[in-house]
Ligand binder design. Structure first.
Ligand code: SF4
Length: 320
């Protein structure tokens, strides 16, 4: 095992350009995107009390667009946050063939953020244990998680920040429903399996397309996750493609599903541990907030309208 821990002086990265040939429009669009991202991340942090005064937040930086954006936005939000907290970026070099080990340290030095590179050859372990042709991601992720928890302990981190976003959460919800028979997604905040850390997902409200645009704009030095040569999880790819197609046909569905996760009606599911169906009795009193969801015309269903409002707000943000 080999570790490197460094802190370096502040320096801003060079900004890239947005997808337009008009420079004024590019700046305008980049500003709108920046505002939306900062607002959504700030809101998620506030809604779930993800970061508190004195926290040391370990940001897991894989080198992909999502974790790059997470670190970038947290650096920026920290400067204007009402409470003081520390950041430390951590990358795990898993010894995949062709991994460009110099890229992230160079970038992090330029950003001036304290960082730690943990080198551990989980790639060989996975290659040895997983049969040829089978997907390696599940074991790889489990090993990576274990290493990151240990590093968090060693660094004295109080929070571990991961770069999962809105689309990851919605896809996971569908995957668990379709293939796992469970109504569960990725929580925005949870206690780690080992019980020692609070894991947070500050990008919970952020759309993947926005992260893609931000990564292009900021010209992050992206390291692809495909270096290991593993096949992607086919079921996840299929669900994601289905969601994209659905979103294309009916814009706003992903936002609506995210909203649904935050508005659970326990009495309208089938989990007997969540609602006392056995002891249910007629009260003889009309309930103003009773079961009306399926009686309403679609255009008057408040949850649909709110979901659409959120979508329209995103559209306006993008088009302004
Ligand atoms: S793509 Fe490769 S590096 Fe990424 S999780 Fe899967 S096995 Fe691990």
């Amino acid at each position: 095992m080999n570790t490197v821990t460094e802190a370096a002086p502040a320096a801003a990265p060079e900004a890239g350009v947005a997808r337009t040939t008009d420079p004024r429009k590019a700046v305008f669009e980049a500003n709108k995107l920046s505002k939306r991202l900062h607002r959504q991340v700030g809101q998620a942090i506030g809604d779930f009390k993800m970061i508190e005064a004195g926290d040391k937040v370990m940001v897991c930086l894989s080198g992909g667009k999502d974790s790059h954006a997470l670190l970038d936005l947290l650096i920026s939000l920290r400067e204007r946050a009402p409470v003081p907290f520390e950041l430390v970026a951590v990358n795990l070099d898993q010894k995949q063939p062709g991994f460009p080990a110099h890229v992230l340290p160079e970038y992090l030095r330029r950003r001036g953020v304290p960082f730690h590179i943990e080198t551990q050859d989980t790639y060989s372990v996975v290659k040895k244990l997983v049969p040829e042709g089978a997907t390696m991601c599940s074991l790889c992720s489990r090993l990576r998680r274990g290493v990151l928890y240990r590093v968090a302990r060693e660094l004295g981190a109080t929070k571990i920040a991961l770069g999962h976003h809105r689309d990851d959460m919605v896809v996971t919800l569908l995957m668990n429903m379709f293939f796992g028979g469970r109504l569960k997604s990725m929580p925005p905040k949870l206690v780690s399996d080992d019980g020692h850390h609070v894991v947070i997902r500050p990008l919970a409200y952020v759309a993947e397309t926005d992260l893609q645009r931000w990564a292009e704009h900021r010209r992050f030095p992206i390291i692809p996750c495909s270096l290991c040569g593993s096949q992607s999880d086919l079921q996840r790819v299929q669900v994601k493609a289905m969601l994209h197609e659905w979103e294309r046909q009916y814009p706003g569905r992903s936002d609506n599903m995210l909203r649904a996760m935050a508005h659970v009606t326990r009495s309208h599911l089938l989990d007997r541990n969540l609602y006392p169906f056995e002891s249910l009795q007629a009260t003889g009193v009309a309930d103003a907030a009773g079961d009306k969801a399926f009686d309403d015309e679609p255009c008057t269903d408040p949850t649909r309208l709110e979901g659409m409002e959120l979508h329209i707000e995103r559209q306006l943000d993008q088009e302004d």
